[in-house]
Structure formats: structure tokens, C-alpha cells
Design a protein around this ligand. Structure first.
Ligand SMILES: NC(=O)c1ccc[n+]([C@@H]2O[C@H](COP(=O)([O-])OP(=O)(O)OC[C@H]3O[C@@H](n4cnc5c(N)ncnc54)[C@H](OP(=O)(O)O)[C@@H]3O)[C@@H](O)[C@H]2O)c1
Length: 315
């Protein structure tokens, strides 16, 4: 495993993290022992960053993460990142939500608390929740503050609200197919020295190579309405998968590993957090780091990927 730092904090984090949304009905890993094995294997592979959220399984993911880290004696080995949903951002709700996260995670302090998404339906002022988070840092309940799914202008506003702390990370959807983050957010993160946590870095499994236009399943999980798997889009996605497979053959890597490697090749701040359902997947994902493809191979993938146009207007 290779390592980098969380923003400017000096905290060493693995270049590939572990996404823990999988520990929920949304993805189907609802057996605690299965989740514990994934976490144990992540640690064996040198992964030390785990990303969960209050909404994942309405607390199930946080509970599994907390219990497993405790039972495995790995609390000190992992940097735990969790998230407060955009619906819980009134000041009193921030305190209540963090208190509940701490309980579920069985820790005294959450390492990185991220705002999961900006408030959409309730008109909570940005400084109300950012100041609440800063107070929680002062009182040792959280160590660092991150934002998720915020556009640059709102990140600036959120940072302006803080006086002694700063935002250390931004989390956004970013994979070899869905590359909007490259336009504004990644340059912002690079300029400001923030870590860019890339969610859905495998495009929810679409670039793993196991799905083809001919064998596309009718997903019963969170992917049932996912635009990227709509036949009109997936037929384009698969052309990129073929290039990933071709490049992978050269290095002895799977399409999923090449897809993760491609994300970390062109930016020093990108840290993918692929979700894994089992030990084999977490092992494979760890193999997305620790090597680099050539510039020529990177470019081949870039060219194939830039031809894809995903539409979400499907009805
Ligand atoms: N901040 C946010 O708003 C936000 C939103 C979404 C996710 N996230 C975070 O990002 C993490 C990852 O995103 P995600 O779960 O949406 O998508 P993802 O990581 O792109 O895809 C995960 C899925 O891909 C398949 N997979 C994983 N590793 C594989 C491998 N090595 N080979 C083949 N297939 C593999 C598995 O599903 P199958 O085996 O069933 O195909 C797995 O459930 C989440 O766990 C969560 O922590 C954050």
C-alpha cells in the first residue's frame, strides 16, 4: 500500500480507503461477521481509512465499523471518517447526531466528520453547522472537518465560517466514467491542499469488468435506478471497460484495479474509497495502488473515457 496525508493535517492515510456503505440493506452486506472480515482484510492490506455515514443502513454501517474495530483491536490503526446528513444540520441536531455517531462507533472522538450534503430542504445557514462542528473540534468530539458534495463556492463559504479550524477534505463522486469533479473540484482541492475522497470510484461496479451489455443484471440493490447501468449508457461504459482490461493485461491487473490506478495517477490529492462486499474485493481494491501505469496507457484510457456521454434524462 502507498500512503499520503489527509489534507494538511500530517495524518498518514492509505492512498486507497475502504467505503463502508456496503454494510447496509442498500448494498446487501447485513451480516456483521461478513463486514468484520472485510475490515480485517482491509487492515491486512495496509488500508487505514474507512468511510462510513450516519445514513448508511440508518446507523448499521457505523455500528458494524465500531464493533469490528473494537473486537479486532484496530481502533488506533484506522482513521474513521463519518458524515452528518444534510437534514441534520441545525446546531442542536449537529450535537445530537455526533453524539449518536460516537455511541454507534464506540469511540470518544470521530477522526473526520464530514457534512454529507449541503442542506437542501431546510434553510440552515452555512455558518450555523460549520461553527457547531468547530466547537466539537474544540471539545475533542471530532478531530477534523470535511465536506461532501459541496460545490467550490459553498466550500469557500463554509471555510469562511471557521476561525481556528479548516476543512481538510472534500468528498465527491469521481470515477473513470463520471469525471465532472475534474472541472472545478479537483483543481480546487489541489490548490488548497485538501484531500479529494472519490466516492463510487468503480462507478458502482460498472467498470469492474464483470458486467457486460449482454449479461447486465436487473439489480435488486441501490443500483436499480442507476443511470450508468441504463443500457443506453452502459454500452458506452463497456467500451472503456474493454480498454481497462486491455491495459490491465499488460500489468497483470484487473479492470477494477486499473480504474482505481487511473484515478490516482493524474492527481496527488485523489484518494478513492471503493466499497467492498467481501475480502476478495478489498484485496483487489488495495491492488489499485502501489504501482503506476505508463503515460501512454493513462492517455489511452483518457481518450476512451472522454468519448462517453452519460445521460440521466431517461424518461
Ligand atoms: N459522500 C457521498 O455522498 C457518497 C455516496 C456514495 C458512496 N459514498 C462512499 O463511497 C464508497 C464507495 O462508493 P459506492 O459503494 O457507491 O461505489 P463503488 O465503490 O464504485 O462500487 C462498489 C461496488 O462495486 C463492486 N466491487 C467492489 N470492489 C470490486 C472489485 N474489486 N471487483 C469487482 N467488483 C467490485 C461491489 O458490488 P458488486 O460486487 O455487487 O458488483 C461493490 O459493492 C461507499 O461505500 C461510501 O463509503 C459516498
Amino acid at each position: 500500500m502507498e500512503y499520503t496525508f489527509l489534507g494538511n493535517t500530517g495524518e498518514k492515510i492509505s492512498r486507497i480507503g475502504l467505503g463502508a456503505w456496503q454494510f447496509s440493506e442498500s448494498w446487501g452486506v447485513t451480516d456483521y461477521e461478513a463486514a468484520k472480515k472485510v475490515i480485517q482484510e482491509a487492515s491486512s492490506q495496509g488500508i487505514n481509512l474507512i468511510d462510513t455515514a450516519e445514513v448508511y443502513g440508518r446507523g448499521m454501517s457505523e455500528e458494524f465499523v465500531g464493533k469490528a474495530l473494537k473486537e479486532l483491536g484496530l481502533r488506533e490503526s484506522f482513521l474513521i471518517a463519518s458524515k452528518i446528513p444534510g437534514d441534520f444540520l441545525a446546531e442542536h441536531d449537529v450535537y445530537r447526531a455526533v453524539e449518536r455517531s460516537l455511541k454507534r462507533l464506540q469511540v470518544d472522538s470521530v477522526d473526520l466528520m464530514q457534512v454529507h450534503w449541503p442542506p437542501c430542504w431546510h434553510n440552515i445557514p452555512t455558518c450555523e453547522y460549520m461553527r457547531a462542528l468547530e466547537k466539537l473540534v474544540h471539545m475533542g468530539k471530532i478531530r477534523y472537518i470535511g465536506l461532501s458534495n459541496f460545490p467550490p463556492v459553498l466550500i469557500d463559504e463554509a471555510r469562511y465560517c471557521l476561525s481556528t479550524e479548516d476543512v481538510v477534505s472534500i468528498q465527491v463522486r469521481y470515477n473513470v466514467i463520471e469525471r465532472d469533479a475534474e472541472k472545478e473540484i479537483i483543481p480546487y482541492a489541489e490548490r488548497e491542499g485538501l484531500t479529494l475522497l472519490a466516492w463510487s470510484p468503480l462507478a458502482k461496479g460498472a467498470v469492474s469488468g464483470k458486467y457486460t451489455p449482454e449479461n447486465l443484471p436487473k439489480f435488486q440493490d441501490v443500483r436499480s435506478g442507476e443511470a450508468i447501468f441504463h443500457p443506453e449508457n452502459f454500452v458506452q461504459v463497456y467500451k472503456v471497460v474493454e480498454v481497462l482490461a486491455d491495459v490491465g493485461n499488460k500489468y497483470g491487473k484487473t479492470p477494477a484495479q486499473v480504474a482505481l490506478n487511473w484515478l490516482i495517477t493524474a492527481s496527488p490529492v485523489v484518494v478513492p474509497i471503493p466499497g467492498a462486499k467481501n475480502e476478495e474485493q478489498v484485496r483487489s481494491n488495495a491492488g489499485g495502488a502501489g504501482w503506476r501505469m505508463s503515460y501512454e496507457d493513462w492517455l489511452k484510457i483518457e481518450e476512451a473515457s472522454s468519448k462517453v456521454r452519460i445521460t440521466r434524462v431517461l424518461w
